[in-house]
Design a protein around this ligand. Structure first.
Ligand SMILES: Cc1ncc(COP(=O)(O)O)c(C=O)c1O
Length: 395
């Protein structure tokens, strides 16, 4: 079963009557991606799936994921408030910038943040009075090829603490702090070679810090899932390491993964209208009513559907609506000729689009809708409209 969701036929068959620009999330796709990933990680003992809220904090999406029984990872108090409202029960947190008050707020909410740096840990120790058990975001050296080094970061990452450093171990001993959880996110875990180094380091760390009870492997699974066989091999290898670690410790140990991009990116579409269409420089230059610069800075958009009466194909460049020369959605796209007033559907728009939208020229973030059972609803705080979205817990 491919993790890539099917494009909803409703969107392929007709130009649905929604204002543009709009973003449409497909509930069936979200359920499919989550179920596929859960099936894959089932080979690992004690593995659970969390969702990294930074990818998309739309309240309806969050409510849907909470209803499915997923846990979450948050990186700000704003994300915390959003997940509380959505009803999540399992909440993890890590951020390089939590203030003393924010750390207190998290602890009062029953959340033990994974501290990102020694200074943050020291801040928490002083402000909270005492700190006996902690979660830590960790990093360690990775031997990466030049290509891997473009998307994966080892000890050069600006996030995390290198627990192999003797001075860190001395600090923890001096203050009688026990490490209960380690949290790793070193960019893209793109293949067996990268993930195996991570698992080797974890296996060593667990021997040095036998108090560790849970391991969070972070996100960064999107690149890996461009090759599903490689993904399966990764989980098989992680399972072997986890079995060995459990054997060494003589007890079970939890493992979490917390992707954002992989869970949501392919589940969202951007619907946009053509504002101008002119031939020039060997291409039809089309300007849409949305901006790639404002919305799709982290995406590589593809044209899913051109809603036009035209059938003859031409080479197009699809530009965004800002005055920025490089505001480009797609270059050299061959598709039916688009004219002013035609509309297009672009993907992927489900992750890191609304959650990190820019607002050049004051353009608002597009309205967000959700597609469920061939019907489309506006998303928002009012979840009551969406009884159809409710679902049985997964896992
Ligand atoms: C700690 C942590 N976890 C999870 C993620 C999610 O990563 P992705 O969206 O690539 O899965 C990030 C992304 O920055 C992160 O910093």
């Amino acid at each position: 079963m491919s993790i890539a969701p099917r494009i909803p036929s409703l969107l392929l068959n007709e130009d649905i009557n929604l204002p543009t620009p709009s973003i449409i999330y497909d509930v069936a796709a979200i359920k499919h991606v989550i179920q596929s990933l859960l099936n894959d990680i089932r080979v690992i003992p004690e593995a659970t799936l969390l969702y990294s809220v930074k990818a998309n904090r739309n309240p309806t999406i969050l409510r849907l994921l909470a209803d499915m029984g997923l846990g979450v990872d948050v990186a700000s108090i704003e994300e915390l408030q959003a997940v509380k409202k959505a009803g999540f029960e399992i909440i993890h947190a890590t951020s390089p910038s939590f203030s003393a008050d924010e750390i207190k707020m998290l602890r009062e909410a029953g959340i033990f943040p994974d501290f990102n740096s020694l200074s943050q840990l020291e801040l928490a120790r002083i402000e909270l009075g005492s700190l006996e058990e902690v979660g830590l975001r960790v990093k360690f050296p990775l031997l990466l090829s030049e290509e891997e080094g473009e998307t994966t970061f080892g000890e050069g990452s600006r996030f995390g603490i290198n627990l192999f450093e003797p001075s860190i171990k001395s600090y923890l001993i001096k203050h009688q702090i026990e490490v209960k959880q380690i949290h790793i996110h070193l960019g893209e875990m793109r293949n067996v070679h990268v993930m195996e180094q991570v698992m080797k380091s974890i296996a060593k760390l667990v021997k040095i810090y036998p108090s560790i009870e849970s391991i969070n492997l972070g996100g960064g699974l999107t690149y890996l899932y461009s090759d599903q066989d490689e993904a399966k091999n990764v989980w098989k290898m992680v399972a072997t390491y986890m079995e060995d670690i459990q054997y060494t410790l003589g007890r079970s140990i939890k493992l979490m993964v917390e992707p954002g991009m992989l869970l949501m990116a392919m589940c969202g579409y951007l619907l946009s209208s053509v504002r101008s269409s002119d031939w020039g420089n060997d291409s039809r230059n089309v300007t849409l009513d949305a901006s790639a610069w404002n919305l799709m800075y982290w995406s590589y958009p593809v044209l899913v559907k051109a809603y036009t009466q035209n059938v003859e194909e031409e080479i197009h460049t699809l530009y965004g609506n800002t005055c920025y020369e490089k505001d480009i959605f797609i270059q050299s796209s061959i598709n039916p000729r688009l004219e002013t007033g035609d509309r297009v559907l672009l993907a992927p728009a489900g992750a890191y689009v609304t959650s990190m939208a820019r607002n050049m020229h004051g353009f608002p973030v597009p309205m967000e809708f959700i597609l469920v059972d061939d019907e489309i609803y506006k998303t928002g705080d009012d979840y009551a409209n969406h009884s159809k979205i409710q679902t049985l817990p997964y896992q």
